[in-house]
Design a protein around this ligand. Structure first.
Ligand code: ATP
Length: 510
């Protein structure tokens, strides 16, 4: 068996898309994982629809997350509304700060997010531009010193060039110089970028029948604020004591400047967030705890560990609310990308909501007879971004007995269908036996019945959809009531008695 997981050396950074992503997009459409939103009208940029297979995969990812995070005695669940009081977003800093720096190409009018521009520029060009700036600032002691500082800080980073490039773009003076050395990724012209301007990513709408400024509300750009404002409601109703957490899964909306790479950056997406409230002073311990737990979660559901890493944020790139932050990154075909952020948010959020609402957000520690604002450790994962990572990670092309097969090696817990049931032929009572097995298994599992075409073809169709087990009713079944169970990855087959099938799958899918 010859694994062609990712055609090594063939991955090119061509505007962030490549062969493997193209294959996944096409398989997603063909097999009903993901469709373009409003496709018959030409699609809506940054929005996607999950088809019959996709909705199962997404639901399974969310369910596994929910179990992992809330089947504990120190985490409660919540489902807050998407629309919230507009003051929430003033208190959170989103009205003022939830902006991305944006640049335009004067020549072709393409628009880019400055802080993610590096994703569109290959290493050679990045190095050339950084070297050119280094040359230019030779006589300028202040800028040279600034550059040296950046280089020293990034030297131990897994990708020092990209990190240096990103920090330079974030620096007002170095950014201008660097931009003048770059070519527009779209039209290829050099020195055509405008200076950076700030662009607020929140979608605005109106509540009620009057469309004036007093009726403005926002589609939430994150689920976290619904948790913060409900902190005391949840704590008192569940009688939790600090440390404890609140978990929530829900839609979030961001008017992203550039949407790209399939589900990686979309305008509507789902988040799985957990905010853990701790005593100040215990924050470091809990930050480290959740950092480890969360990366392990991805690996426990089959994601390749070597394709997962932490990216700790350097101090000057921390968000305004954060004391410490790391991204859990996955190595996508277009490069490493964040799938989850872990932040030590200090007491910033509760303090701000206390200020803006005029209501106390303090926790009363009955044992210590002490009142304080807890610190918050946030774990913020994208359900849709994780979906894409799981999909890519599971995709293999293999040569089996001289034939190619595409297979989605989902962890059985994530697989959309768990079992496919086939009668070998549509006669001799095999369809009836198969239908009875289907009926029995359907009580507990998502299963699929297929009686079309040769069994080999049916196996391939299920491999491509990621179904971990196929059950075939064959001639032997007629004499001894056993069936063949074939496992997707090893392709090994074993005979199982029909009356033991449910238990067999319960065991395998546990
Ligand atoms: P990025 O820097 O990629 O824009 P972020 O740092 O703004 O992400 P967070 O605000 O920390 O992201 O959001 C937490 C998680 O939500 C991310 O790790 C990601 O999985 C998901 N997420 C954020 N923005 C998007 C988006 N536009 N499309 C899909 N998922 C997203």
């Amino acid at each position: 068996m010859n694994n062609l997981k990712v055609p090594e050396g063939k991955i090119e950074k061509n505007n962030g898309r490549n062969e493997l992503v193209e294959k996944i997009v096409s398989l997603s459409k063909r097999r009903g994982f993901v469709f373009q939103s409003s496709e018959i009208y030409g699609g809506l940029n940054g929005c996607w629809d999950y088809g019959p297979m996709g909705v199962e995969l997404l639901k399974n990812i969310k369910e596994e997350w929910w179990k992992f995070m809330t089947f504990r005695d120190d985490i409660e669940g919540l489902d807050a509304s998407i629309l919230m009081h507009p003051k929430v977003w003033e208190a959170s800093g989103h009205v003022e700060n939830f902006t991305d720096p944006m640049i335009d190409c004067r020549s072709c009018k393409s628009r880019y997010r400055l802080d993610t521009l590096s994703e569109l520029i290959n290493e050679k060009k990045m190095k050339k531009a950084v070297d050119a700036v280094k040359e230019k600032i030779l006589g300028n002691a202040k800028l040279s010193h600034r550059y040296e500082e950046i280089a020293a800080e990034t030297v131990n980073d897994p990708d020092p060039l990209k990190e240096t490039f990103d920090i330079m773009l974030d620096d007002k003076e170095l950014s201008e110089l660097l931009l003048s050395e770059l070519n527009c990724p779209q039209c290829g012209n050099k020195n055509t970028f405008t200076s950076a301007r700030q662009f607020n990513l929140m979608f605005k709408t109106f509540i009620g029948s009057v469309e004036d400024s007093s009726a403005v509300v926002y589609l939430r750009p994150e689920t976290a604020q619904g948790i913060f404002v409900n902190f005391l409601n949840v704590q008192s109703s569940s009688r939790q004591k600090v440390p404890f957490g609140i978990a929530q899964i829900g839609k979030a909306f961001r008017n992203e400047i550039n949407t790209k790479n399939f589900l990686f950056r979309t305008r509507e997406f789902e988040q799985m967030e957990m905010q853990f409230f701790v005593k100040p002073g215990d924050d470091k311990k809990w930050y480290d705890f959740w950092k480890e737990q969360r990366l392990d979660w991805y690996a426990s559901l089959g994601m390749e560990r070597k394709k997962l890493r932490y990216h700790d944020h350097p101090k000057e790139k921390l968000a305004h609310y954060a004391k410490e932050a790391t991204d859990i990154e996955y190595e996508f075909p277009f490069g490493w990308g964040e799938i989850e952020g872990i932040h030590n948010r200090t007491d910033f959020d509760l303090r701000r909501h206390e200020e803006f609402s005029g209501k106390s957000m303090k926790y009363f520690d009955e044992e210590a007879k002490d009142k304080y604002l807890p610190y918050i450790i946030e774990t913020s994962a994208g359900a849709s971004r994780s979906f894409m990572a799981y999909l890519i990670d599971a995709y293999y092309e293999e040569e089996v007995k001289g034939e190619m097969r595409s297979v989605l090696r989902f962890h059985p817990k994530l697989a959309p269908n768990k079992v496919a049931i086939f009668p070998l032929v549509n006669k001799d009572g095999m369809p009836d036996i198969s239908r009875n097995i289907e009926k029995e298994l359907r009580r507990n599992f998502k299963v699929f019945y297929d009686d079309k075409g040769a069994v080999g073809r049916r196996y391939r169709r299920q491999d491509e959809a990621g179904t971990p087990f196929c059950v075939t009713v064959d001639t032997q079944t007629l004499t001894d009531n056993t069936v063949t169970v074939r496992e997707r990855d090893t392709m090994l087959q074993e005979r199982i008695s029909i009356d033991k099938l449910s238990m067999y799958f319960f065991d395998k899918l546990r």
